[in-house]
Write a protein that binds this ligand. Structure first.
Ligand SMILES: C[S@@+](CC[C@H](N)C(=O)[O-])C[C@H]1O[C@@H](n2cnc3c(N)ncnc32)[C@H](O)[C@@H]1O
Length: 225
């Protein structure tokens, strides 16, 4: 379901780069459905790289999907003329670092479809700082986890998101979908538990950490009020 929702945001006829592709399930599924024209599956680690090669070969898609052993966006060559990039199943900070160190491989015309596992706030911050606007956001709950999908495109004008928008997601705050509100009900309970344990802990904790947690709890309460 998670990758299905990511797939739904890949434009028809895209030239896709799936970075951190693991078994290359996403580009292979999209190619088999005729949804994309060409794809690069990038992997930094040997075992998933070989798994991706195997999936592509088994589906006889070697001429349409290039599997490359590369760190982050280094898998992308300018002649690939990539129009969409998917980066899924990694922490938001990792996704941000991959974009930051691979900036020179971006043309600015690609749609970015990102599925971070946590760390959404620093990722949104990077998108804003680098001239991207968030065009779609989704939350989905699967196997006891909340997954976020963030779709971004280079904006014509610089955009400024508030601290709260960077934390919750600017479109989520407008739309307030049931899945989004349920996610934050769960997060509120977790943070309240953490604060309770912190209060009972023997050793002193960094004040900024407690302050940040209290600020988040305050925002979440306001959101759910
Ligand atoms: C948890 S898997 C997610 C696989 C798939 N994208 C998904 O969402 O199901 C993360 C994959 O990203 C790869 N990865 C991590 N850092 C990477 C980087 N800098 N460049 C390319 N691949 C990376 C890992 O080797 C791993 O196969």
């Amino acid at each position: 379901m998670r990758l299905e929702r990511v797939a739904a945001h890949v434009p028809a006829g895209a030239r896709l780069a799936d970075i951190g592709s693991d078994h290359a399930y996403l580009p292979v599924a999209l190619m088999r459905r005729g949804q994309i024209c060409a794809a690069v599956a990038g992997e930094v680690a040997l075992t998933p790289f070989h798994a991706a090669q195997r999936t592509v070969t088994e589906n006889d898609l070697q001429t349409r999907i290039s599997v490359r052993l590369a760190d982050g966006l280094a898998a992308i060559k300018s002649q690939d003329a990539i129009t969409a990039i998917t980066l899924c199943g990694m922490g938001g900070e990792t996704i941000r670092d991959i974009f930051e160190s691979g900036k020179s491989h971006l043309s600015g015309h690609e749609r970015l479809i990102l599925q971070p596992n946590g760390g959404e706030q620093p990722l949104r911050q990077w998108l804003m700082d680098n001239g991207y606007g968030i065009v779609c956001e989704e939350v989905l709950h699967e196997n006891r986890f909340d997954y976020e999908i963030i779709v971004a495109e280079r904006a014509a004008e610089p955009l400024t998101y508030s601290a709260k928008e960077l934390f919750f997601g600017p479109l989520h705050l407008q739309l307030r979908s049931p899945a989004f509100l349920q996610k934050w009900q769960r997060k509120l309970r977790q943070r309240q538990k953490t604060l309770h344990h912190l209060a009972r802990a023997q050793q002193a904790l960094p004040r900024e950490k407690v302050q940040a947690l209290n600020q988040e709890v305050h925002w979440i309460r306001e959101l759910l009020a």
